[in-house]
Design a binder for this molecule. Sequence first.
Ligand code: GLA
Length: 368
Amino acid sequence: MKFVALFALFAATACAAVSVKKSDYGKMPDGQAVTLFTVTNATGTEARIITYGGVLVSLKTPDRKGALGDVVLGHDSLADYMADGGTYFGALIGRYANRIGKAQFVLDGKTYKLPVNNGPNSLHGGNKGFDKRNWSGKEVPGGVELSLLSKDGDEGYPGNLKVVVTYTLTEDNRLRVHYTATTDKPTVVNMSNHSYWNLKGDGDGTSNILGQLLTINADKYSPVDAGLIPLGEPQPVAGTPFDFRKATTPGARINQANEQLKLGKGYDHNWVLNRTGTGLELAAKVEETTSGRILEVYTDQPAVQFYTGNFLDGSVKGKGGKPALQRSALCLETQHSPDSPNKPTYPSTVLRPGSTYDTTTEFRFSAK
Ligand code: GLA
């Protein structure tokens, strides 16, 4: 008992300086209220998260001089988030982040059909994925806990899925995203966060990321077909423009005459991470040398989708009403590989009753 009380005191003290404020963000056309949580630590790092889509709407982090800059793309209002045709700016993605081939999968001998919303495939959980749901939100020490119930048959997926995602900010500038889910029928789950990073602090989407230094901790990536479904087994990155084992800018090779880069309209591929254990390990690192900002992505997930904002063409307005331009940000979506439910040799994404889907990704910020 004493130990528990001491631990609680320690936990409360550790988070004491991280403040959480709640405010109204607007109302959906059906009257649902959307809440904004503003989470701030002593260095001034500030994360703003809304219940609609669990979107990280802004994240201000210090540069090497301590000046804060917003490092994520987004919109100015709830109406703009709701009208967005498909950027998934900052949102929580589920049930299945990325693509499922031919929009179907077989589980325990039964075929499940999903919404076809990306060529012949199903992308990011269907037409009304978790990014388009208004989550229940409550303050927790250091952050916000979001929860939702995805009902049996939601977007074609079996089982009532109870999902809880917690965003917490630490004093040492780590934004932690912790996902859990349980089900009452076998199903598949693969969640992610779809933030578009630009460490220069240009959350308004006006500068590009081609010159930022990127490292991806992976010896292998998954070549894809024209619909961006992996062809088969992951292949070595060695000798290809997909080798980011040493810090390299995306711009260095993005325009090379390479079949895979053409199919993706740039980088929009999945890297299978080099892993040694089961805990948080480095997936990727980005360094922006003018501001000095550094982002390190740590995860317990097996893969990461690296995407260079190829579909941003200026038609979607971002922050300040400015057009979000192609390559104005990069996404590092930690996850299981696309189409895993149809790829028996890939790590399984099946969740069964009695088990808990439990995964953590940390975005660690610093400056030098
Ligand atoms: C992911 C996908 C991309 C694209 C974006 C959203 O990164 O891999 O192909 O769908 O989401 O535009």
